[in-house]
Design a protein around this ligand. Structure first.
Ligand code: WT7
Length: 654
C-alpha cells in the first residue's frame, strides 16, 4: 500500500472498533422496499438478476436477447439487442399510465421564485426542446455541451438529448472558460446550451461569458448556442450562433415521438479528474446505466414514488446530479425538489426551511455540507419541522462518525436510517451502501456491496484480504452502470482501471474490511484529491500553476481539512525574477481559478526554495503533506538532497 493509504489506514484504525449499531426499526424493516431476499436473489441469479431488474424497472421497446456480453473485456455490453429510450422511460410512460398530474420537480430558485412542474408539463417541455435541437441540426450521436445552473432547463436539456440520441456532456457551471473549452473540444460538441447566468448569494452571476470565452476563436465545432434567460443581465450576442431558449424552444411543436435507441447507445460523457493533467471523458450508455441507477434509487432510498419527496442536493454538473437528479428519480416516477442556491442564502436555515416547506422525506447530500451545518450549530435546523424526513443519504467522501451521528440525531430525529453510498463517476450508480430496512448501520462505514455487485478489498498482489485488514478497493464482476470507456481513448481506459490487477476494476480508493467484513473507505490512493466531495487532480492544478510565467515548479497536495475533507495546498518555486509577496499568492490563486475554476483555487500557496525529490526525480508528496498538515516531516532518507526539508521549513518560518 502507498504511504498515504497506510497513514490514512492508521488514522482510521480506531474506527474499526466501532461498537455502535443502528438496526432499522421493526416497522421500517417490515415495510421496506428492499428485503433480505433481494440479497439472496442477487447471489443465486448472477447477471440474470440484472436482467430481471432491467425488465422490471424499464419499459423496453425491443426486449434484449443477451444479458451481458463480456467477450471483449473490459468493454462490456449489457442487455444486448434491447432497444429503449431514456426520456420515454422518464416521462411519456408515466403520463400514459395516468400520472401526468404528479409533480416531477418542485423548483426553488435562489431569489425565492418557484415552479411546480408535473410529469405532463415536463414531458411537453422535453418534446419541445427535442424538436428545437433537431431543428438546429443536432442528430443522433452528436454531442451537446451543457453549461447551466440548477434550473429545470438543465434536466429538460439532458432528457431532450437522450430522447433524440444526442450525447450530452454537462460541464459544471463552476468550471472556467478554459476548462469548458477543452471539454467542448475533446467531445467535438455541435451545440452548447447555457444561460445568461444564475444567482449566487443574492446576486446575479454570469455564465455566458465563459461560453463566449471558450468559443472566441477559429476552429471549434460548435454551430449553435442556446441561451436560457435566467437572471436577465445583459449578454454579448454572436449573431448566427446564439439563440434564446424562449425563441427556439417555446415556439417548437409539443409533439415528438421518441425513437428507441440501442441499449448500448451512448447516453452521456462526463469529464472527471484523473491522475494526469487531462480530464477523462467518462462514457456511459443507456440500458445498463438506467437499470442500475433506478434500482439503487428505489432500494437504497426505500423509495415510495406516490408519497415521497426526494431531494438530492448535488449539482447536475457532477455524476450524482446525473444519476440521482435527472435520471433515476424520473425513471422511478418520483417527486423531487431542485434548488438553485447555496445553503446560507438568505440565511443558514435555508435547507431546513425547504425541507419543511416541501415535506422532503429523503435527503441525499455530502459530508462536507453536514460538517458545515454542524459548525453553524444545531439550533438552526432545530427551528424547523424536519419530521417528514425518513431516509438520509451521504455521498462523495468518507463520512466521519461524528458527522454521521449529528446527521442522524439533528436531521434524522434519531430515527431515519442513514445510507452512506460509495460510488464514482465511473461506476454510474451506488456500488456500496446499506439497505435501510435490512442493514444495521455503523457510523462511518458504507458497509456492504449493493445486491448484484461484487466488491472486494485486495492486497498489492490482488489477493483478497481477510477481515480486519486493509488494501485496495476493487470490483470483481462487470456491473450494468459501469463506464464503457474514456471518450476517444480506449487505451487509457484499460490502463487506468484494468491494468493494476488482472480481471478486476481498480477504483483508486484504499479500504479496510472490519471484523464483520464491513467496508470502510479510506480515501484515494492515487494523485486524486477530494475537496468537498469534488474530485480534483494534483497534476491538473500543478499544470495550471506552472503555466503562469512566475512559476518555475509546483507541487500540490491534498491536506486534511475539517470542513471540506481535503483542501488544496500548493508549494511553488518562483522563477528568478518573480517576487515572493502577498500579491503573487493572490495572482496565482486567481490564475488557477481562471485555468480550471474557483473550486480548484488552492487554500494555501507556499513559496519554497526547493521541492523534495527522490534520486529519480519524483516529488515526495508525502513529505509535503506532512508540512501542509502542520506535522514534523516523516522519513526523508530517500531524498536526493536530504537538506531540502530543512530548507523548506526555514523558508516557511520567515
Ligand atoms: C470518489 C469518486 C459518487 C459521486 C460523487 C463523487 C469518493 C465517493 C464516497 C463514500 C467514501 C467516497 C471516493 C471515490 N467517494 N463516495 N460514500 N465514502 N468515499 O464522484 O467525483 O467520481 O469521485 O469519491 O474516493 O473514488 P467522483
Amino acid at each position: 500500500m502507498s504511504d498515504s493509504a497506510q497513514k490514512q489506514g492508521d488514522a482510521f484504525e480506531n474506527l474499526l472498533h466501532e461498537e455502535r449499531r443502528f438496526p432499522p426499526t421493526d416497522e421500517f424493516a417490515a415495510n421496506a422496499v428492499a428485503q433480505p431476499s433481494l440479497y439472496e436473489e442477487a447471489s443465486s441469479q448472477g447477471s440474470e438478476f440484472w436482467a430481471a431488474q432491467a425488465r422490471n424497472l424499464l419499459t423496453w421497446d425491443t426486449d434484449f436477447t443477451q444479458t451481458l456480453d463480456w467477450s471483449d473485456a473490459p468493454f462490456a455490453k449489457w442487455f444486448v439487442g434491447g432497444k429503449v429510450n431514456a426520456a420515454y422511460n422518464a416521462l411519456d410512460r408515466h403520463v400514459a399510465a395516468g400520472l401526468g398530474d404528479r409533480v416531477a420537480i418542485h423548483f426553488e430558485g435562489e431569489p425565492g421564485d418557484t415552479r411546480t412542474i408535473t410529469y405532463a408539463e415536463l414531458t411537453e417541455e422535453v418534446k419541445k426542446a427535442s424538436n428545437a435541437f433537431e431543428s438546429l441540426g443536432v442528430a443522433k450521436g452528436d454531442r451537446v455541451a451543457v453549461y447551466l445552473p440548477m434550473i429545470p432547463e438543465a434536466v429538460i436539456t439532458m432528457l431532450a438529448c437522450a430522447r433524440i440520441g444526442a450525447v450530452h456532456s454537462v460541464v459544471f457551471g463552476g468550471f472556467s472558460a478554459e476548462a469548458l473549452r477543452s471539454r467542448i473540444d475533446d467531445a467535438e460538441a455541435k451545440l452548447v446550451v447555457t444561460s445568461d447566468g444564475t444567482y449566487r448569494r443574492g446576486k446575479p452571476s454570469a455564465l455566458k461569458p465563459a461560453v463566449d470565452g471558450a468559443l472566441g476563436r477559429e476552429g471549434h465545432t460548435v454551430s449553435s448556442v442556446v441561451v436560457v434567460k435566467r437572471n436577465g443581465e445583459p449578454v454579448e450576442w454572436t449573431e448566427g450562433r446564439d439563440l434564446w431558449w424562449h425563441d427556439v424552444v417555446d415556439s417548437a411543436s409539443p409533439e415528438h415521438t421518441a425513437e428507441a435507441h440501442d441499449s448500448e447507445h451512448p447516453l452521456f460523457i462526463l469529464y472527471t479528474s484523473g491522475t494526469t493533467g487531462k480530464p477523462k471523458g467518462i462514457l456511459h450508455t443507456t440500458g445498463g446505466y438506467l437499470t442500475q441507477t433506478a434500482f439503487t434509487h428505489k432500494n437504497t432510498f426505500d423509495l415510495r414514488p406516490e408519497t415521497d419527496v426526494f431531494w438530492c442536493t448535488a449539482d447536475i454538473g457532477w455524476v450524482t446530479g446525473h444519476s440521482y437528479v435527472t435520471y433515476a428519480p424520473l425513471i422511478n416516477g418520483a417527486t423531487q425538489l431542485m434548488y438553485e442556491g447555496t445553503p446560507d442564502t438568505p440565511h443558514q436555515g435555508r435547507w431546513w426551511e425547504l425541507v419543511e416547506k416541501y415535506k422532503v422525506s429523503i435527503l441525499y447530500t455530502a459530508p462536507t455540507a453536514i460538517r458545515t451545518f454542524m459548525k453553524w450549530g444545531r439550533d438552526i435546523p432545530q427551528k424547523f419541522d424536519l419530521s417528514s424526513i425518513r431516509v438520509l443519504g451521504s455521498v462523495g467522501e468518507p463520512i466521519n462518525p461524528e458527522a454521521w451521528m449529528w446527521y442522524r440525531e439533528v436531521i434524522g430525529g434519531s430515527k431515519a436510517p442513514i445510507v452512506d453510498t460509495w460510488w464514482q463517476t465511473e461506476t454510474g450508480a451506488h456500488m456500496i451502501a446499506p439497505m435501510p430496512g435490512v442493514t444495521a448501520t455503523k457510523p462511518g462505514s458504507a458497509q456492504v456491496a449493493v445486491p448484484g455487485i461484487s466488491i472486494d478489498v485486495v492486497d498489492e498482489l490482488g489477493e483478497s484480504v481477510p477481515n480486519g485488514s486493509g488494501g485496495y478497493l476493487v470490483i470483481r464482476e462487470p456491473w450494468p452502470a459501469m463506464l464503457r470507456g474514456i471518450w476517444g481513448d480506449p487505451e487509457r481506459f484499460k490502463e487506468t482501471y484494468w491494468s493494476r490487477f488482472d480481471n478486476m476494476y481498480f477504483a483508486g480508493d484504499g479500504a479496510k474490511k472490519d471484523e464483520d467484513g464491513d467496508i470502510w473507505l479510506l480515501g484515494r490512493v492515487d494523485d486524486v484529491m477530494n475537496i468537498s466531495g469534488h474530485r480534483l487532480s494534483t497534476t491538473e492544478i500543478e499544470s495550471a500553476l506552472v503555466s503562469h510565467p512566475s512559476v518555475a515548479e509546483a507541487a500540490v497536495v491534498g491536506a486534511a481539512d475539517e470542513t471540506t475533507g481535503e483542501a488544496v495546498v500548493a508549494f511553488v518555486i518562483l522563477r528568478g525574477s518573480a517576487k515572493d509577496d502577498d500579491d503573487i499568492v493572490t495572482t496565482l490563486r486567481n490564475h488557477v481559478g481562471k485555468e480550471i475554476g474557483p473550486i480548484a483555487k488552492p487554500r494555501n500557496i507556499l513559496v519554497v526554495p526547493e521541492l523534495p525529490k527522490t534520486r529519480s526525480g519524483k516529488i515526495m508528496r508525502r513529505l509535503l503533506k506532512d508540512v501542509a498538515e502542520g506535522r514534523e516531516a516523516g522519513d526523508s532518507s530517500t531524498l536526493a538532497d536530504n537538506t531540502v526539508m530543512q530548507q523548506i521549513a526555514a523558508s516557511l518560518r520567515k
